[in-house]
Design a protein around this ligand. Structure first.
Ligand code: D41
Length: 678
């Protein structure tokens, strides 16, 4: 402030004055946002900012990319550009127990020549969005999301609006090019304040801090990002040019802090595995009081020389691991218990709950799995219950809390009729499930069948969401999936909230979906127990639809991995007269697929066994399987000593650990794609 005023009186020119204002604002911004130790009141900071804005408006040539005025957000973008990371952004393996961390430490020490203990840098694991930010000669030039680790989205404009991220580095001695990596998150206080204000204005609220951070950064209009209270912690360097970095993770963090980055204040260095586990318990105990949301802690081998020795497997370093906190639980009470009818007629009990915030989202429904589970847990309407939510899985009711002296409602009895069509339900002896056997004559099953048919992994009809399918079925416009291809633009345009333009778009999307693949088509039919893998195996074996339609259960059982139960379901599906009529109509409407690639045992992958895990970004799992089989390779569902390659997509899980323990080669999606191209 003082320097700002002085600049105003003793300036020899606007350029000099602008520079002084900028320096003052950078300094106060750093003290406020990065160190949490402001030297001047907010009003003075705002006053300096207004002065600079006025000056840059009068002299646009003075405005530079690193000016603090650039944080407010510029014009909206039409789309994000793609940025390839110069060094891939790795992901982290997970440990869910002390034993798994012990195992990690044992592997680390073994590979490092068996020292008695290894030092680790420990950090809370922020639940936000991983980003990369590049500085050239100390000025922020580019920022990107992690994306698939190889390529992310160019979110430079949005990142610049984060006050805690320096537009210009402080101190001295920075490399010519410095790429830093960190996690963008929304502090809990900001999240709650934002939601209070949005609710008061009658606007949509944000679901949880993680989604809020991700959603805010993925706004094409940077002014929206600028209005969101985002923060960032930096935890690593990526590409660096023109300077040696310190040789310890803890020293790198310290150096980054001196350059003006915000480092998680709870980071700490420990001397051994025991230190890691103590850190985990300490952070776990403090979790509820931390101003940000975390889902675990991260341990990183502190010495860079050791990190280099350890290297990485596929996409995850061998020198770091995330130790996750257990699934979160919360208390709620049961308002009602309803029965949901699934695609194949199975009745699933669902508890409607008093909404509770658990694991970062508000939960108001939880599954009770099936009638046996419901009876075993003896959940009744009005009960106080423990709800658990782990990651992205459906929340479940863990147990009932019995309160002494409190009268409970009557136990739940198994329904005798289907809640959707009212017909009697059967008890399926194989799976102890209640089932409505009316198939697509039951409105609920009809809806689910069509939703499945249109879903992404099936025919992938863009724009045909669940609500639309429900409307179409309720309006009697759809009875079977085949009816989709007979819908007119006029019929679609009559639906609620559907304009002429969207009706045309949906109509075109339905037509486009007619061109598909045989495995997708078979999967889309929703035959009981026929998932994507079985659909592919059937398509491969019979090479076309005609052969499969004519096959009996014995012939179907010849297909690898197809047992008698699945074979019977497949046969029954194609014997059914209604299904035959529907298939006839589907084919008559022009649904079509290219011939299956011939199976070969002489291809380049002959004799090689692949396991696919995680989500691939460039192709569906079916397409990957097809590509492998077409080259003579085999695809297996589980990793064993016989596996040659594990292809790891995003969020790969336990199969990676299994592969590591068996010494099986793990390859990332891009390496796999390169193998296919060869
Ligand atoms: O707080 C985090 N979410 C966090 C994420 C962290 N503290 N450290 C991390 N370190 C890495 C390596 C070891 C690969 C540099 C990470 C992540 N990675 C990460 N975040 C998302 C994917 C990977």
């Amino acid at each position: 402030m003082v320097s700002g005023k002085k600049a105003a009186t003793s300036a020899t020119g606007p350029a000099r004055k602008a520079r002084k204002l900028r320096d003052a604002l950078h300094r106060h911004g750093y003290l406020y946002y990065s160190l949490d130790a402001p030297e001047v009141p907010d009003a003075e900071y705002d006053c300096l900012m207004r002065e600079l804005v006025a000056l840059e408006t009068a002299h646009p040539e003075l405005c530079s990319a690193d000016s603090p005025t650039q944080r407010v957000g510029g014009a909206p973008l039409a789309a994000f550009g793609q940025l390839k990371h110069r060094i891939p952004m790795l992901s982290l393996d997970n440990a869910f127990s002390d034993e798994q961390v012990q195992e990690f430490d044992r592997r680390v020490r073994e590979r490092l020549g068996a020292p008695a203990a290894v030092g680790y840098s420990c950090e809370p694991k922020l639940d936000g969005l991983a980003v990369s930010v590049t500085y050239e000669r100390g000025v922020l030039v580019q920022g990107a999301t992690r994306g698939d680790g190889e390529t992310g989205e160019d979110i430079t404009q949005n990142l610049k609006t984060i006050a805690a991220l320096p537009l210009k580095l402080r101190g001295a001695g920075w490399p010519r090019v410095l790429e830093v990596r960190g996690e963008v998150f929304m502090p809990l206080a900001g999240f709650e304040k934002f939601n209070r204000e949005a609710a008061a204005r009658g606007e949509k609220t944000l679901v949880n801090p993680r989604n809020a951070a991700a959603g805010s950064l993925r706004q094409l209009d940077p002014r929206i990002s600028a209005s969101r209270p985002l923060d960032i912690f930096i935890y690593a360097c990526g590409y660096v040019e023109g300077r040696q970095l310190p040789r310890r993770q803890s020293e790198i963090l310290h150096m980054l802090m001196k350059w003006g980055f915000r480092i998680c204040p709870q980071s700490s260095v420990v001397g051994s595995l025991e230190g890691c586990l103590a850190y985990y318990r300490e952070i776990g105990a403090a979790r509820a009081t931390l101003p940000y949301q975390i889902d675990g802690v991260v341990y990183k081998v502190n010495e860079l020389a050791s990190q280099e020795k350890l290297g990485f497997v596929s996409r995850a370093p061998r020198w770091a691991i995330a130790h996750k906190f257990p699934a979160e639980e919360a208390l709620s009470s049961v308002r009602d218990i309803e029965w949901q009818v699934g695609r194949t007629g199975t009745l699933t009990p669902v508890a409607r709950l008093e909404p509770v915030f658990v694991g970062g989202v508000t939960v108001s429904n939880a599954t009770l799995h099936n009638f046996d589970e419901l009876s075993r847990k003896d959940v009744r309407i009005g009960d106080k219950v423990v709800i658990r939510r782990a990651g992205d899985v459906i929340p479940e009711v863990v147990r009932v809390i019995i309160e002494r002296g409190l009268r409970r409602s009557a136990p739940i009895v198994a329904p005798v009729t289907c809640p959707s069509c009212g017909e009697p339900v059967a008890r399926d002896p194989e799976q102890a499930a209640l089932r409505c056997l009316r198939g697509r004559l039951c409105p609920a099953q009809r809806k689910e069948e069509i939703k499945h048919f249109a879903s992404r992994r099936a025919l992938d009809i863009h724009g045909l969401g669940d609500k639309l399918v429900e409307q179409l079925v309720d309006a009697n416009l759809l009875r079977t999936p085949a009816d989709l291809f007979g819908l007119s633009v006029a019929q679609l345009a009559q639906l609620e909230r559907m304009g002429e333009k969207s009706a045309h778009k949906l109509h075109a999307a339905i037509a486009t979906a007619k061109r598909t693949t045989l495995p997708r088509f078979l999967y889309a039919l929703g035959i009981r127990d026929v998932g994507e893998a079985t659909a592919l195996a059937l398509a491969q074996h019979f090479a076309g639809l005609a052969g499969l339609r004519a096959a009996d259960a014995d012939a179907i059982q010849q297909v690898p991995d197809v047992g008698p139960v699945v074979a019977a379901h497949v046969e029954a599906f194609f014997r059914d007269r209604d299904n035959q009529a529907m298939l006839g109509r589907l084919i008559a409407s022009g649904i079509d697929w290219p011939a299956m690639p011939a199976r070969t045992s002489a291809g380049r992958f002959a004799g090689q066994v692949f396991v696919l895990t995680g989500t691939l970004s460039g192709m569906t799992r079916i397409e990957a399987q097809q590509a492998i089989i077409a080259r003579g390779g085999k695809v297996s569902g589980s990793v064993s000593k016989k596996t040659h390659y594990v292809v790891a997509g995003a969020d790969a899980g336990s199969k990676l650990a299994k592969a590591a323990s068996l010494g099986v080669t793990v390859i990332a999606e891009d390496a796999f794609a390169a193998m296919l191209r060869k």
